[in-house]
Ligand binder design. Structure first.
Ligand code: 5PR
Length: 380
């Protein structure tokens, strides 16, 4: 075994899915890792998430799949309805996918990071970074690192302190998201022929655009997302306009009643595209680098896969070579995420998912990619 002068060290900004994934992957490769989370308490406030096999393969490489399986499910079908008529039931037998809550996924990753020896500092607010590898906090404290990961979200201070330019594209629609009790028996009593374990995408375009995405996340919890144009003040209101939503989707009354009780926020769909994802010793992953519309349910998936591959790419390099390794990582790994952003924005703009059979052909490119067997190795 060769002797190394010191263990490689990474500073990570943000303990969301991207930051935790990068931290776990780096720690498993022998790095010391410190993560800064500005929140005082380490937790995830989001509702539900679908993970496809591109991100599940990363969790599998970390040995986390048994734990994930215990708190998640795979609905039998992804059902699409237009004006309450079924237009498709997609079983996707060749695709591995799971639905779960965001707090659950976050706790699995946070516990894994702690087991791998990652130091997590809460209440630690990053203000910026230099390309030479210094991270600094709002209170002026500085940390030196061989690698800095900016996984600090769509408003990324790491990205903005480096002056990396970006373009932001918005869409006319947006969504509010809630975790509610399943209420399966009540739903079944109203509509006995429906399989309430399915993920059901209830589209309604006439007389107005009001879509409900119904996603069972486990035995007890339902992730329900309500989409409306941002220029519809009633459809985009939170707390939700219960009478409006029930008038369009009456069979969902038991779970809409629950959603009306939960705090939430309406988010307009948008895509952020950066001039570059890396600068010197800094790499950006997740929403700081590639925030996207949720149509393909790949925001978290791309965050997890890019966090994993950047950690692998940096680990395969010597310390001096890290900036060049990051440039090469972006060259190889970025195009697949660029195309996912484009497709998700396109689906958001056209509302094309309303016509069913959404998960066929090119749109599955991201899902079918295996980041644990990356294209980076193809040239070797
Ligand atoms: N799919 C999923 C989802 O959570 C959303 C959308 C599609 C799983 C909303 O976040 O198109 O808005 C969507």
């Amino acid at each position: 075994m060769s002797s190394t002068p010191h263990r490689r060290h990474a500073e990570v900004s943000g303990a969301g899915f991207a930051g935790l994934t990068a931290s776990i992957a780096l720690a498993r490769q022998g790095w010391t890792v410190r993560v800064h989370e500005r929140a005082e308490v380490l937790r995830e406030q989001g509702a539900g998430i679908v993970l496809w096999q591109n991100s599940l393969r990363v969790l599998d490489a970390f040995g986390l799949i048994d734990e994930i399986n215990e708190g998640s499910m795979t609905p039998p079908f992804y059902e699409t309805r237009m004006q309450n008529s079924i237009v498709s039931d997609e079983a996707m037998p060749d695709i591995w996918w799971r639905t779960m809550t965001r707090p659950f996924l976050h706790s699995v990753l946070a516990n894994a990071a702690r087991r791998e020896g990652v130091e997590i500092l809460t209440g630690s607010t990053v203000a910026g970074a230099t390309e030479q590898g210094t991270l600094w906090l709002e209170d002026g404290t500085e940390f030196e690192a061989d690698l800095i990961i900016g996984a600090d979200g769509v408003g990324s201070p790491v990205r903005d302190s480096l002056g990396i330019e970006f373009d932001r594209q918005t869409s006319r629609d947006g969504i509010s998201r809630f975790l509610v009790p399943r209420k399966k028996a009540e739903l079944q009593a109203i509509e006995p022929d429906t399989d309430w374990d399915n993920m059901i995408d209830f589209w309604n375009l006439e007389p107005r655009v009001l879509r409900v995405l119904y996603t069972p996340a486990n035995e007890n919890e339902l992730y329900i997302a309500l989409m409306a144009p941002s220029d519809d003040p009633d459809g985009s209101a939170v707390p939700i306009d219960l009478e409006l939503w029930k008038s369009i989707h009456p069979q969902l009354a038991p779970v809409l009643d629950e959603a009306a009780k939960v705090e939430g926020k309406y988010y307009g769909y948008q895509t952020t595209r950066l001039e570059q994802w890396t600068k010197g010793r800094v790499a950006l992953v997740g929403d700081s680098a590639h925030a996207m519309c949720p149509a393909l349910a790949q925001g978290g998936g791309c965050a997890i896969m890019n966090a994993y591959t950047v950690a692998q790419a940096a680990s395969e390099s010597d310390i001096a070579g890290i900036p060049a390794a990051l440039v090469e990582w972006e060259r190889v790994e970025r195009p697949i995420t660029d195309r996912c952003q484009d497709r998700s924005q396109e689906y958001a703009n056209t509302r094309g998912m309303a016509y069913g059979n959404q998960f066929t052909g090119d749109v599955n490119e991201t899902t079918l990619y295996d980041p644990t067997n990356s294209h980076r190795h193809d040239a070797v």
